[in-house]
Ligand binder design. Structure first.
Ligand SMILES: [Zn+2]
Length: 206
């Protein structure tokens, strides 16, 4: 078990935003990547609410070991979609429409992913994925979450941890008065507070 993955904060409030936040900062081009490969992706998603159940995670991990080249290409694809989602949601957090090329790409990716969704009858019908061990399934789940958030998420509650003190992570602000400013106090809020405090002390002693 990769201990980094266990400790990574999931503060986005939805699967797609937590996936976007698997990079330490969206403002720093040198920022650390939390997911190094397909096995990390599966393990990380297994730890997410609404992510992968243990059986599916084990099946995908086994499929990846059997087909390492396909797993590497599924991981590269997932990472490029992550960057696309980052741009789409960052634009939305600032009340802007996505760039036309990003909108086209998102539509293509979402349509391809949702084409693998099937409905199963029951007391309440539910969605499932048509191929049990498709290596793309983690990405399909992330894209389904993104579509849902774009359709039903309240736009004013989608926020980005602000520059220059913050990290650019995206999150759903569920606070009562929509006053949440930072991805988390521990990651960014406390650092910004400390810097403001030091600045005030410097200003006072000038
Ligand atoms: Zn932050």
């Amino acid at each position: 078990m990769n201990s980094d993955l266990a400790s990574i904060e999931r503060v986005g409030g939805s699967l797609c935003l937590d996936f976007v936040n698997t990079r330490a900062s969206h403002f720093d081009p040198e920022a650390r990547e939390y997911l190094a490969g397909y096995a990390d992706l599966v393990e990380w998603l297994g730890g997410c609410e609404g992510g992968l159940d243990a059986r599916t995670a084990a099946r995908l991990a086994a499929a990846a070991r059997a087909h390492p080249r396909r797993a590497a290409s599924a991981f590269a694809h997932a990472r490029s979609v992550r960057d696309l989602l980052q741009r789409v949601f960052a634009a939305r957090a600032h009340a802007r429409a996505p760039a036309p090329a990003d909108l086209d790409a998102f539509n293509r990716e979402a349509a391809a992913a949702l084409a693998h969704r099937r409905l199963a009858p029951g007391a309440h019908w539910h969605w499932y994925w048509d191929e049990d061990d498709a290596l793309e399934q983690p990405l399909w789940q992330v894209l389904a979450s993104a579509v849902e958030l774009l359709q039903y998420g309240e736009p004013a509650r989608l926020k980005q941890c602000p520059a220059p003190d913050g990290c650019g992570w995206l999150f759903h602000d569920a606070s009562k008065n929509q006053t949440r400013r930072w991805c988390s106090m521990r990651m960014c809020g406390n650092g910004a507070k400390a810097r403001r405090f030091q600045q005030r002390r410097r200003d006072a002693s000038d």
